[in-house]
Design a protein around this ligand. Structure first.
Ligand code: TNX
Length: 618
């Protein structure tokens, strides 16, 4: 009987943590010192808190309650300190003093108790670390946490993840699920791309047609829009739409705030605004024209015209947006405005002359400056894509560098804050994760996990004084080819975990081998249990290769804890009915013969990786 109980209490994930210097934690903490033994949660464990109403404390209380652990929470202010021992307790103290760095925490786990001290959001981040360390058992009330002292704080203060809900609409439940996974990995800015050519997704009371008309398109381009595999005329013939009411927006903002995430709204201008013109053609340079909400991808030639009427409308819209969103930053887009409709417009020619602007780039700068001025008059700051540099940057604006790092570098040199999000840095999560033909259709580009992981947001051409303007890093999920929540999660995970480590951890604490082979498998299994879809990496140790020789040894490990590797040796596409890898394999290849070893990973929930082949040629 006793033996059986011991088995039941055997924690999950213990082995993975044993020789991992980061103890399985993502993002890697600033410092981890492993102790001996472990703290044991029992039904008698109590939680002692000094700030019962603090958001982070509420979060952990709720987590522990759901996990059936330490359900009693005691306010330290109300207890007699001398009489209550700290044994078998989880003590959570908020630090208001500056003895911890911004957003920092210190977590001490001993056999007797757990003590967490956190400064501001640091308390929440310490809680996320603690949650990652708790090894649940099958018996309610019991769990263990390995002893350790962890001191941690982020490298960057802006750790962002973007979601495009304009190209495809995602409902509030999905947005919350997205925010949940961001919070688990200590990201703190959710960039919500709410408007674009193909849809306007935010209710604006003063201009109801924006959502009545602008939130619905008649059909959607399917297949690639351009390139060798494009099928230009292929549309799905199915209306697509959706928008958030102001009440729903508010709900999302509050939900994110309780997880220390700021929601940054993006209202695109002057380009990427066709959906708004479909509703209000009078904001275009050719008001006689009729416009329909975009059905194709790419860049459209019609967008906001810099007339007083358009500015008035945009100020009204931004006012409503700022009333909804408490964020200090308001994203106003600014990208990919090709100026075509401005070039044809008599009004624009005159405006350029009157305002003594150099050219159409000058007009773009005039446009952004006017908006920036309005936004800053309301006590906020604009963020824009790097094209806001065209023709001169408005004071106080923050640049999001997406076309490589050059925009970000230029802005930092001018003393503007910068968020790095270059497509070339593996931060475009709409790009494919491998070159396999089995990857789902995507916009193109190649951003494997290792590339996202390897990105460093601080360009070495900047002096250390200029580097201070790089406030952080972000990855973007554009959804032209992402129509379902499952695919969005597939493209997001596990790359978002690499982003998290790039944003949070010191470069000296980053180690791709440790990340991808020791920590990722554990986290993917956990994400699976939490109901997330993700891309299953190919078996650890396998990649598409051609090897020459006659004797080979193949040693693999599953990329997700608890998953199986299936393989074939005749080059056939493996399925879950094929051979199961259990131990290293040795092959002797006859002269002038080739063995094609092909393998996949299949998780216990049935998710599978793309296949990868090792060609052994003699
Ligand atoms: C460029 S990134 C865009 C988006 C597209 C994306 C596709 C940026 C500022 N503009 O409108 O969705 O490429 O990768």
């Amino acid at each position: 009987m006793k033996k059986l109980l011991l088995l039941l209490l055997l924690p999950m994930g213990l082995f993975a943590q044993n020789n991992d210097p980061n103890m399985g934690i993502i993002p890697a903490p600033a410092s981890v010192s492993r102790g001996k033994g472990e703290f044991k949660f029992t039904p008698e464990t109590i939680v002692l808190v000094d700030s019962p109403n603090h958001k982070a404390i509420k979060f952990i209380s709720e987590y522990l309650r759901k996990a059936n652990l330490a359900t009693s929470v005691t306010d330290m202010g109300t207890m007699d300190k001398k009489r209550t021992s700290l044994k078998n307790s989880v003590k959570l103290s908020l630090i208001f003093k500056e003895d911890l760095p911004a957003e920092g925490y210190e977590l001490k786990i001993t056999e007797d108790n757990i003590e967490l001290r956190g400064r501001g959001a640091g308390m929440f981040y310490g809680i996320q670390t603690l949650i990652q360390l708790i090894q649940k058992s099958n018996s309610p009330g019991y769990a263990i946490v390995p002893c350790a002292t962890i001191k941690d704080n982020p490298r960057f203060r802006y750790r962002g993840m973007h979601l495009d809900v304009a190209r495809h609409f995602f409902d509030v439940d999905f947005v919350k699920k997205y925010i949940d996974v961001m919070a688990m990995y200590k990201l703190n800015y959710f960039h919500w791309h709410l408007t674009d050519d193909q849809g306007w997704r935010i209710e604006i009371k003063k201009y109801p047609k924006l959502t009545e008309i602008g939130s619905m398109r008649a059909q959607t381009k399917v297949g690639r829009a351009a390139g060798p595999t494009a099928v230009p005329g292929l549309f799905d013939n199915t209306p697509h739409g959706g928008f958030y009411t102001q009440e729903q927006i508010n709900d999302v903002i509050m939900y994110a705030a309780s997880r220390y995430i700021t929601v940054v709204p993006e209202i695109e201008m002057p380009g990427h605004s066709l959906a708004a013109l479909a509703a209000y053609p009078e904001w275009s340079c050719d008001a006689g024209k009729t416009y329909k909400v975009g059905e194709n991808w790419g860049v459209y030639d019609d967008f906001f015209c810099p007339t007083p009427e358009t500015f008035k409308a945009l100020f009204d819209i931004l006012k409503e947006v700022m009333d909804m969103f408490p964020s200090a930053y308001v994203h106003i887009g600014g990208d990919e405005c090709n100026k075509v409709s401005w070039k044809k417009s008599e009004f624009c020619r005159q405006l350029i002359a009157e305002e003594k602007l150099k050219n159409d780039e000058g007009l773009q700068s005039y446009f952004i400056n006017k908006i920036a001025k309005y936004v800053s008059s309301q006590g906020r700051q604009i963020i824009g894509w790097d094209e806001i540099l065209e023709g001169g940057l408005a004071p106080g604006s923050v640049v999001m560098s997406w076309q490589g790092e050059k925009g970000g570098i230029a802005a930092a040199q001018m003393g503007h804050d910068v968020v790095m999000t270059p497509g070339s840095g593996g931060l475009y999560f709409d790009h494919v994760q491998s070159k396999s033909t089995q990857e789902p259709l995507s916009i193109g580009g190649h951003a494997p996990l290792s590339k996202t992981y390897g990105y460093d947001p601080l360009p070495s051409v900047l002096t250390s004084a200029q580097q201070k303007y790089v406030i952080g890093v972000q990855a973007n999920l554009w959804t032209e080819y992402i129509a379902t929540p499952g695919k969005a999660e597939y493209m997001l995970l596990p790359r978002m975990l690499a982003l998290s480590e790039t944003a949070w951890s010191l470069p000296s604490n980053k180690d791709y081998k440790n990340f991808s082979t020791q920590r990722i498998p554990r986290h993917l299994a956990q994400l699976d249990r939490n109901g997330y879809n993700y891309r299953v990496p190919v078996p650890i140790g396998a990649s598409d290769t051609v090897l020459k020789g006659n004797k080979f040894k193949i040693e693999l490990a599953p990329s997700v804890d608890g998953a199986k590797i299936h393989y074939t040796i005749d080059g056939a596409e493996p399925t879950e009915n094929d051979l199961v890898y259990t131990a290293p394999l040795e092959f002797t290849v006859p002269e002038r013969e080739t063995i094609v070893f092909r393998s996949i990973v299949v998780t216990s929930s049935g998710k599978r990786s793309v296949s990868t082949s090792i060609k052994m040629e003699n």
